[in-house]
Design a protein around this ligand. Structure first.
Ligand SMILES: NC(=O)c1ccc[n+]([C@@H]2O[C@H](COP(=O)([O-])OP(=O)(O)OC[C@H]3O[C@@H](n4cnc5c(N)ncnc54)[C@H](O)[C@@H]3O)[C@@H](O)[C@H]2O)c1
Length: 326
């Protein structure tokens, strides 16, 4: 792909920073917008970060006029499902309101393409797994609903302003950059792999929520996608849009599901340490199984995961976690 000028919101966060790294490695010119509410300055190469809230439409439009990006990759959002059940307004304000502000600035300044971080949470509790993009959209929490609403905004901005977009519905982003420099540092952390590492490092047992689901060992099944493969899906989506591709939605997952107990076993193999855990009751809102059918992304955008193997994902995550534990 030719060198492109790309604006990345949320580029100081976990997935955004990996994507910025890959974009720079592939020769693109990248500007990052992040208010550091959750991300870290150390995740972004010097001189690329503009510390802005995406709710500030005028500041975003000013930046776009100066930088003249050809497309936006939009990661900036709050991401904790449980918190969204307690504080829905924060999620709708930041995720929906922030996206509307960003789209308004794009229309004002003539930026015509967006790759959007959507989520498997738009499917809620799907009737079966693997999940196809044609499954019913039915979020079961405000976080997922905020993403459904942004997908709806995108449909209308295409219809009315000819702004084309790709919504990537990610399954469980995981792993770290293979060199071990960038990785997952959410605060609070809610994702399984870093929580398993924390249990090892602190000796505090992790609670496995439910062991009586209709799955091979009773624990929940999820699809873990390496963050580098996820980042690459964004770059392929950019190329697709910049070459005139129509707005669309794609699942990003491996198509393979793993139970929580299976994850514990592989973490123990990789680290050589026991994971202390206890079995607790089911957690409200957890689906027994969420596994992607990624065939649309593979066939339409020629996406091929490089790190589909779970052991590699956990090795990369451990390399980062064991060298960055506080
Ligand atoms: N991590 C996952 O497994 C997963 C799964 C599905 C979807 N997603 C989506 O991917 C995106 C990135 O997730 P992540 O795990 O990297 O999260 P993250 O919290 O590490 O990154 C989000 C970044 O956005 C920034 N941000 C938030 N609100 C902002 C605002 N108003 N203005 C400017 N910056 C703002 C934060 O400071 C942070 O750097 C999110 O949109 C999330 O919903 C993540």
């Amino acid at each position: 792909m030719d060198s492109r000028r790309i604006l990345v919101t949320g580029g100081a966060g976990y997935i955004g920073s990996q994507t910025v790294r890959l974009l720079l490695e592939q020769g693109h010119d990248v500007t990052v917008v992040d208010n550091l509410s959750k991300g870290y300055r150390h995740n972004v190469p010097a001189g690329r970060l503009f510390e802005l809230n995406i709710a500030d439409t005028a500041a975003l439009a000013g930046l776009m006029r100066r930088m003249r990006p050809q497309a936006v990759i939009h990661f900036a959002a709050f991401i904790a499902v449980g918190e969204s059940m307690r504080e829905p307004a924060r999620y709708f304000t930041n995720n929906l309101g922030g996206s509307l502000s960003l789209l308004t600035a794009m229309v004002e300044t003539g930026v015509r393409h967006m790759v959007f971080s959507s989520t498997a949470a738009v499917y809620g509790d799907p009737p079966s797994s693997p999940i196809l993009e044609t499954f019913p959209i039915k979020a079961v929490n405000p976080y997922g609903e905020s993403k459904v609403m942004v997908e709806t905004l995108l449909r209308w901005f295409d219809e009315i302003h000819r702004l084309t977009s790709v919504s990537l519905r990610y399954f469980n982003a995981s792993g770290a950059d293979p060199a071990g420099h960038l990785g997952e540092e959410h605060d609070p952390e809610t994702h399984l792999i870093p929580l398993l590492f924390r249990a090892i490092l602190t000796g505090q047992p992790i609670t496995v929520f439910g062991a009586d689901y209709p799955t091979p060992d009773g624990t929940c099944v999820r699809d873990y996608i390496h963050v580098d493969d996820l980042a690459q899906a964004h770059i392929l989506s950019l190329e697709y849009l910049l070459n005139g591709g129509a707005s669309d939605q794609f699942n990003v997952g491996t198509g393979a599901g793993h139970t929580v107990l299976e994850m514990i076993k592989v973490v123990e193999e990789v680290t050589g340490k026991k994971v202390p855990y206890v079995i607790g009751p089911r957690r409200e809102g957890d689906s027994p199984s969420l596994v992607a059918d990624p065939s649309k992304l593979r066939s339409r955008l020629a996406w091929q995961p490089r790190y589909g193997d779970l052991k590699t994902i956990i090795e990369h995550a451990w390399k980062f976690a064991s060298s960055h534990s506080k």
